[in-house]
Design a protein around this ligand. Structure first.
Ligand code: KIV
Length: 271
């Protein structure tokens, strides 16, 4: 299926229509102007300024350290590049849990200072109060269930979530709660494909999966993983389209060789 060029700007309404007509939603992360411009030109439907920036941009082990100011900086860079995609920004750890007023203030800062189109947060019934409050300001909210990296110290591992019936049942209920609260979409991360397909059928809003199989309404990957820039991270669900780590490594080695050997710059590459 080719990219729908008729769509001038992807909105929550467009995403809902895509679900209704069975057109899969494509979503990727971006954190900077240059890559955001390329993936927007390619026609990706949703760009997530993910808190995975904490890992792939800043080199932290988890998503916990990234701050609201840092997320705003990344989102501002992305927004300058984007003309078509719907841009969602992650509310970072500690800016929305347990305090709905703080959640609203954080979401307002993101919308006001970046020009993004919506926010994403992790969790189910525990964060419904925060979602309700953010929605009072007319800010679209995307939910995130399953493996929620901001809770990694609670889980203790990055393995598949909701394999046991009790956790699966909680996830079903959380998905319904997010829909009832007014979320426009939900990300399901690293859960069994059958459960994700069941949830996508059960709720009316788009469900976008990462490591959640093909029975959902769309797919999201971290851009640096999908381009093969992140070297060590190769989970089973990841389809790697390029091996940029090797390409950039080899290009850099060639450059160093050319500089050392005085091959660069040549006659044509100077004034
Ligand atoms: O931060 C992120 O990149 C995400 C995706 C994995 C969905 O939340």
């Amino acid at each position: 299926m080719s990219v729908n060029k008729e769509v001038k700007r992807v909105t929550t309404h467009v995403l809902q229509e895509m679900k209704l007509r069975g057109e899969k939603i494509s979503m990727l992360t971006a954190y900077d102007f240059s890559l955001a411009r390329i993936i927007d030109q390619a026609g990706v439907d949703v760009i997530l300024v993910g808190d995975s920036a904490s890992n792939v941009m800043a080199g932290h082990e988890t998503t916990l350290p990234i701050t609201l100011d840092q997320m705003i900086y990344h989102a501002q860079s992305v927004i300058r590049a984007v003309g078509r995609a719907f841009v969602v920004v992650d509310l970072p750890f500690g800016t929305y849990q347990g305090n709905s007023k703080e959640a609203l203030n954080s979401a307002i800062r993101i919308m006001k200072e970046t020009g993004a189109h919506g926010v994403k947060l992790e969790g189910g019934t525990e964060v419904v109060e925060s979602i309700n409050r953010i929605l009072t300001a007319g800010i679209p909210v995307m939910g995130h269930l399953g493996l929620t990296p901001q809770s990694i110290y609670k889980f203790g591992t990055y393995t598949v979530r909701a394999k046991e019936e009790m956790e699966a049942q909680k996830l079903r209920e959380d998905a319904r709660a997010l829909q009832e609260a007014g979320c426009f979409a939900i990300v399901l991360e690293k859960i069994p494909a059958a459960l994700a397909a069941e949830v996508a059928k059960d709720v009316a809003i788009p469900v976008i999966g990462i490591g959640a199989g093909g029975g959902v309404d769309g797919q999201v990957l971290v851009l640096h993983d999908m381009l093969g820039i992140s070297y060590e991270f190769k989970p089973r669900f990841l389809r790697q389209y390029l091996n940029l780590y090797e390409d950039i490594l080899n290009a850099t080695k060639s450059y160093i060789t050319d500089v050392k050997s005085k091959d660069f710059p040549n006659e044509k590459e100077q004034y």
